[in-house]
Design a binder for this molecule. Structure first.
Ligand code: GLY
Length: 398
């Protein structure tokens, strides 16, 4: 990877304090997993033929069809629940949903965006990995083909949003895309065709160059000129402003660059993820659950528990990949444990009517006032993924 001018990581301000925090016992983590599974059971009847909306309303997810960028998260939770429990009821519901992802692809239902990775990694790739479902494998591979069509060779990026002829979205990449790239790497692995991986490699290089700022914070989105390939500039969509650092974007960055290292074994990616991690960890409130934008570090600004859950997975991925000599490696593991412990102890919604979410205090889209201080379905997914990562040897669906 052409190395960006590597900027030093900020010193991690709370390394000692985090490392000295007593880690939750395995039994305690298992008890939280049981709490999450109980909530999945409460929702199984509502969300087998339907899916939860991206964010809750008063803590309860409205039921929707397979039409959003977020549908894979619930199916992914079902696969995780199946993995940890072996209970066929989760697999049966997940299998049913996998068929709905095939219909969505065939019907071209809202697939004109880059979130095919979120959708198809957690549903169909997971099905293939866990059950050997060949139809699911073929569906996921076709989804990767659709995603690859969004690659703009001159700019070297996957365009995030919009029909490719839409001038308002032309040449826009976003940090969230880091989690869509694993679908491309997976497609190269199963087909033996490098075209998917080489597009993902180039996109990652462009994201490293332009989306990450010199101080280790990130733009949410960045425009490239699709005709000349020249950089145009950064723009937020869900953050506070163009110069701030949207907390979930930073979390997508930590998790995504660390995951990219599985596919593109360049140690610079880990150093970059560590730089983002330190920026994130140095701007957390006392309980380590971030506000929705890292420009804020406490009340009255809402937390985003979903960003915290994503970051916890990213920190675990990072801690698992860094060499033992890395000065912050143990702090990343300890911080992830502390975040997950706090979420389990203080951020669980009480069990209530069917459709109730798992994690309270997430934020979907603050500028548009959507899902503010609500459960977000990706937050629930990444919380369970973090718990699974902490309690077993887990092969990611990514
Ligand atoms: N990927 C969209 C979001 O994080 O809200």
């Amino acid at each position: 990877m052409p190395t960006p001018d590597f900027r030093a990581r900020e010193p991690l301000l709370r390394r000692r304090e985090v490392c000295l925090r007593p880690a939750p016992s395995r039994e305690r983590l298992q008890a939280v997993i049981a709490e999450v599974l109980a909530r999945i059971d409460d929702n199984l009847a509502v969300f087998t033929h339907a899916f939860p909306a991206p964010s809750s309303v008063g803590g309860v997810y409205p039921a929707i069809g397979n039409v959003e960028w977020t549908n894979g998260f619930w199916t992914g939770m079902l696969w995780l629940a199946y993995e940890v429990s072996g209970e066929p009821r989760y697999r049966e519901a997940a299998d049913r949903q996998v068929r709905s992802f095939r219909l969505r692809l065939d019907g071209r239902v809202n697939i004109d965006h880059h979130d095919l990775g979120f959708l198809y990694s957690l549903s169909c790739v997971a099905a293939w990995k866990l059950t050997g479902d060949a139809d699911a494998r073929d569906t996921a591979r076709e989804a990767a083909d659709v995603l690859l069509r969004r690659y703009l060779p001159t700019a070297g990026i996957i365009q995030a949003w919009g029909d490719l002829s839409d001038p308002g979205q032309a040449g826009r990449m976003i940090i969230d895309c880091n989690l869509n790239l694993p679908l491309l790497y997976w497609a190269s692995r199963i087909t033996g065709d490098r075209k998917y991986a080489s597009a993902a490699d180039t996109h990652i290089e462009q994201a490293v160059r332009y989306i990450v700022r010199a101080d280790g914070s990130t733009f949410h989105t960045y425009f490239m000129d699709p005709k000349s390939g020249a950089p145009v500039g950064g723009k937020t969509h869900q953050g506070y402003d163009d110069s701030s650092c949207w907390a979930r974007g930073q979390a997508w960055g930590i998790a995504g660059f660390a995951l990219a290292h599985r596919n593109k074994a360049d140690p610079a990616l880990l150093q970059l993820a560590a730089q983002l991690a330190n920026y994130f960890l140095n701007r957390l409130p006392e309980d380590l659950i971030c506000c929705w934008d890292l420009v804020f570090t406490g009340p009255p600004h809402p937390r985003d528990s979903s960003a915290a859950a994503i970051a916890a997975c990213g920190l675990l991925e990072l801690a698992g990949a860094l060499p033992p000599s890395d000065p912050d490696r143990t702090a990343y593991q300890a911080a992830a444990l502390a975040i997950v412990d706090t979420l389990g102890a203080h951020y669980l919604l009480p069990r209530a009517e069917p459709g109730t979410g798992v994690l309270a205090h997430g934020v979907y889209h603050m500028p548009n006032r959507i899902g503010v201080d609500e459960a977000c379905i990706w937050g629930d997914y990444f919380f369970l993924e973090a718990l699974v990562r902490l309690t077993r040897d887990w092969e990611p669906y990514w």
